[in-house]
Design a protein around this ligand. Structure first.
Ligand code: UDP
Ligand code: GLC
Ligand code: MN
Length: 335
């Protein structure tokens, strides 16, 4: 349908890489919908070119930032004020219905059926299930709604400092009014759920249609060895979602890297990037001319730091916080 679209957002080159992989995953699962990427003015020209190869429409939008450092500090995500920019998606009025997807999501099978839902449909947030998670939602572009949302921001702000706080405030009857607006969790399976409810993940995880790499550590924060097909690094967190992470990197390596190479020439595209670098696509190690392999060993964390990371949804699922370790600890209490 020409008047329906998947929409994502990238305000910098790191999230643009996420958007490239998301776009490819939508194409690979044969969506019949249009693909739109909203980008901030700082996304580099080569990244824009790659996005234009994948998306039907790449639109530059003005950045909006909540500037709400106090609430963002509570989430320990000072970077998320800029997610207010997401609200721009309501201005895409040449589409009658859209599905917004965070740039850190990956589509595993066709999800065009989401367009049968109405505004505002979304899946529960794993941290507070009476709120919806704003990483995947169905909406109807409308200048009127956009205006009301901006007004809501001015009058009430956001309880989390990001778009999710605003949207839950605005669509405040989501939890109770209409169950058809509750998307099944498999349309926005966040990695957090894997360790907070492992048996459910084992039971239902195979049906997942969209994975959401929610939290501070993103797929592009890791390093990938394309020959060994192994993901590693990112310090503290041994992947809480190892197979999905490998899916992300496999798609990135096979479908996105060739497009990046057309734009940038041959560069190491397989390690975490720093946006401030001129190309926007290479790791700090590479800028210094050193190899990013093998990746640095994870730093040793104090138990307070580990607790903090756990609370931020960054458990060391394969290591200290593994299911076996937790079970052993519980067993000692029970004895
Ligand atoms: N985003 C962006 N630039 C940023 C931060 C966020 O473009 O600096 C966009 C991007 O689409 C991202 C979404 O806003 O997926 C929400 O942020 P994030 O996914 O980091 O939040 P989380 O899902 O981890 O809470
Ligand atoms: C969330 C959502 C994300 C949103 C952020 C800030 O955790 O996953 O999409 O941008 O909160 O509100
Ligand atoms: Mn996200």
């Amino acid at each position: 349908m020409a008047d329906q679209a998947f929409v994502t957002l990238a305000t910098n080159d790191s999230y643009a890489r996420g958007a490239m992989v998301l776009g490819k995953s939508l194409r690979n699962t044969n969506t019949s919908k249009k693909l739109v990427a909203l980008i901030g003015p700082h996304v580099s020209e080569p990244c824009r070119s790659v996005l234009r190869m994948i998306y039907d429409e790449v639109k530059v939008v003005d950045l909006m930032d909540s500037g709400d450092t106090a609430h963002l500090a509570m989430m320990k995500r000072p970077d998320l004020g800029v997610t207010f920019t997401k609200l721009n998606c309501w201005t895409l009025t040449h589409y009658s219905k859209c599905v917004f997807m965070d740039a850190d999501t990956l589509v595993l099978s066709n999800i065009d059926e989401l367009f049968d839902r109405e505004e505002l449909s979304a899946a529960p947030d794993p941290g507070w299930p009476d709120c919806f998670n704003s990483g995947v939602f169905v909406f109807r572009p409308s200048v009127e709604t956009y205006g009301k949302l901006l007004q809501f921001c001015t009058e009430h702000g956001s309880f989390d400092g990001g778009d999710q706080g605003v949207l839950n405030g605005f669509f405040c009857d989501w939890a109770t009014a209409d169950i058809s607006k509750h998307l099944p969790f498999i349309y926005n399976l966040s990695s957090v759920a894997i360790y907070t409810y492992l048996p459910a993940f084992k039971q239902y995880g195979g049906n997942a249609k969209v994975v959401h790499f929610l939290g501070q550590t993103k797929p592009w924060s890791y390093t990938f060895d394309p020959k060994a097909k192994q993901v590693s690094g990112s310090g503290q967190e041994a992947a809480a979602h190892p197979t999905f992470l490998l899916d992300w990197w496999t798609l990135y390596a096979s479908s996105v890297v060739p497009l990046l190479q057309e734009q940038y020439g041959d560069q190491p595209f397989f390690s975490g990037c720093l946006d401030s670098q001129p190309s926007g696509m290479v790791s700090s190690q590479n800028v210094q001319g050193e190899s990013s392999f093998p990746p640095a060993l994870p730093p040793q964390l104090s138990s307070e730091e580990r607790k903090e990371q756990w609370e931020q949804g960054q458990a060391d699922y394969m290591g200290m916080d593994s299911f076996d370790n937790i079970k052993r600890k519980l067993d000692t209490f029970l004895k």
